[in-house]
Write a protein that binds this ligand. Structure first.
Ligand SMILES: Cc1cc2nc3c(=O)[nH]c(=O)nc-3n(C[C@H](O)[C@H](O)[C@H](O)COP(=O)(O)OP(=O)(O)OC[C@H]3O[C@@H](n4cnc5c(N)ncnc54)[C@H](O)[C@@H]3O)c2cc1C
Length: 422
């Protein structure tokens, strides 16, 4: 295993099949080196521990908080979502094994508690029969499962909800952020993990915004115990892929709503990459059942019935039977628009941008979470290995920009191919 995947000693990089692998964290596991917790991680080489402000409390923000705290810094996450509302993002995530190994090596969670696994990938024909089967394992998890485990690593007084950063100022004392409620905080470093619609990124790079790729992820989850007997062998521990004209459909099992990993207690996650033209067609899809016009996504539970009925109708024309069933059995379908975004600079004095806020990597490489994690881990590492912050940030930026562009480019190429937009 070490020779195939982990034979690389530089900073976090992307390998040929799009896996993001981390410098020494995972290398230690692969080469049976002493685990990281045996090292003295309490003292940063920068004179004093840094006071770190993190904007955004999802994957990128939590990885950043964990990595910075482990490196001896004082990090506080500010998340705009009100307390109790973060749990509604139950979507599936394909997890890179490198990321799972990192989380396990840091004692954040055992691999088995984080992910379930499929033992083969099947390409289906229109009749729903496998026409090609690859016997490789794919690890799958859900946003909630990773969130829950990472969140448990950050003390409550260092994870502040209902705090939206609306402005950033910098001077010799550091970075001052202003929140929507008018309060302010000052720190040595601001890590922006606000996702692809980041307002703070816009403050520094006003002319870089995400560009719609011409299609959406129309998706949902169905409890595994609702799968009818006739389709049981069609799902199970299988990663299914089906290509219809201009669209791609995939399914895989993910943990249950409370992290359940047992077969029958999990959920079948499905994603249908489907083109919707910008303008009338997309607006119609994103108009919610309260009459509110949404612009980038439609959360679960808000889709108008006639919209879903129309998609069920399309499904019956173009999808294999068991996939049609998944679409129609889903009670709360939801939509995420797909974008391209890449920025050439990640560092603005003492502010740095990570994760989706910097690069929207179309989901066809399942690299978004692993990329956000790599940004965060490499940042902490770079700061620990350098004695001044400016140099650390500059070195980090060079590596992460290169990795981000590579991922965005490859993911866009794949997405265009799957949706017939070469
Ligand atoms: C259809 C689809 C499928 C995907 N599948 C996969 C997959 O299989 N595997 C994978 O690894 N990744 C996948 N991804 C990508 C993955 O979900 C993201 O890359 C990852 O969640 C990025 O995390 P993030 O923390 O950078 O951003 P986000 O998850 O977007 O989080 C940003 C956070 O910042 C908060 N915020 C925003 N602005 C402010 C502010 N001003 N002040 C305070 N808080 C703020 C937001 O409320 C939010 O909680 C998929 C994405 C899509 C759309």
């Amino acid at each position: 295993m070490a020779d195939q995947i982990y034979d690389y000693t530089g900073p976090a990089r992307v390998c040929h099949d799009g896996h993001v692998y981390y410098n020494e964290h995972v290398m230690r596991e692969a080469y049976e080196l002493p685990p990281l917790e045996d090292r003295d991680r309490t003292k940063a080489s920068i004179d004093e521990p840094l006071d770190v402000i993190i904007s955004g409390g999802s994957m990128g923000g939590l990885f950043a908080a964990t990595a910075m705290r482990q490196a001896g810094h004082d990090a506080t996450v500010y998340e705009r979502t009100e307390a109790g509302k973060m749990k509604d993002r139950g979507a599936g995530i394909i997890a890179h094994p490198e990321m799972l190994a990192y989380l396990e090596s840091q004692n954040i969670a055992d691999w088995d508690e984080l992910a379930t696994v499929t033992n083969r990938t099947q390409h289906l024909n229109r009749e729903g029969e496998p026409i090609d089967t690859e016997g490789r394992a794919t690890y799958t998890t859900s946003w909630d499962t990773v969130y829950r485990n990472l969140r448990a690593e950050v003390p409550d007084d260092r994870y502040r909800m209902g705090k939206q950063i609306v402005d950033v100022d910098q001077d010799d004392d550091g970075v001052t952020v202003t929140f929507q409620d008018g309060t302010t905080e000052t720190g040595d470093l601001l890590i922006v993990a606000e996702g692809y619609r980041s307002h703070t990124r816009e403050q520094f790079l006003p002319d870089r915004s995400p560009e719609y790729a011409g299609y959406v992820a129309y998706r949902g989850v169905v409890p595994e115990d609702e799968v009818p007997a006739e389709y049981e062998t069609r799902f199970g521990d299988i990663y299914n892929l089906y290509h219809a004209p201009q669209s791609q459909f995939l399914t895989y099992p993910v943990p249950g709503p409370n992290g359940e990993m047992e077969r029958g207690e999990r959920r079948i996650n499905w994603v249908w990459y489907y083109p919707f033209e910008e303008g009338e067609a997309l607006d119609n899809l994103l108009l919610d059942d309260q009459g509110r016009q949404r612009s980038h996504s439609l959360p679960p539970g808000l889709m108008r019935e006639e919209v879903h009925d129309e998609q069920i109708e399309i499904a019956s024309d173009v999808l294999p039977e068991q996939l049609q069933w998944l679409v129609s059995a889903t009670t709360e379908p939801f939509v995420q628009c797909i974008y391209d975004l890449a920025i050439p600079e990640l560092v603005f004095d003492n502010v740095c941008v990570i994760g989706d806020a910097a690069f929207f990597i179309r989901p066809h490489m399942a690299a978004g979470t692993a990329h956000a994690a790599a940004d965060a881990l490499e940042l902490a590492e770079s700061i620990s290995n350098t004695d001044d912050l400016e140099t650390a940030l500059a070195e980090w930026e060079t590596d992460q920009v290169e990795m981000g562009y590579r991922l965005v480019e490859e993911a866009s190429r794949r997405g265009d191919r799957y949706t017939g937009q070469f």
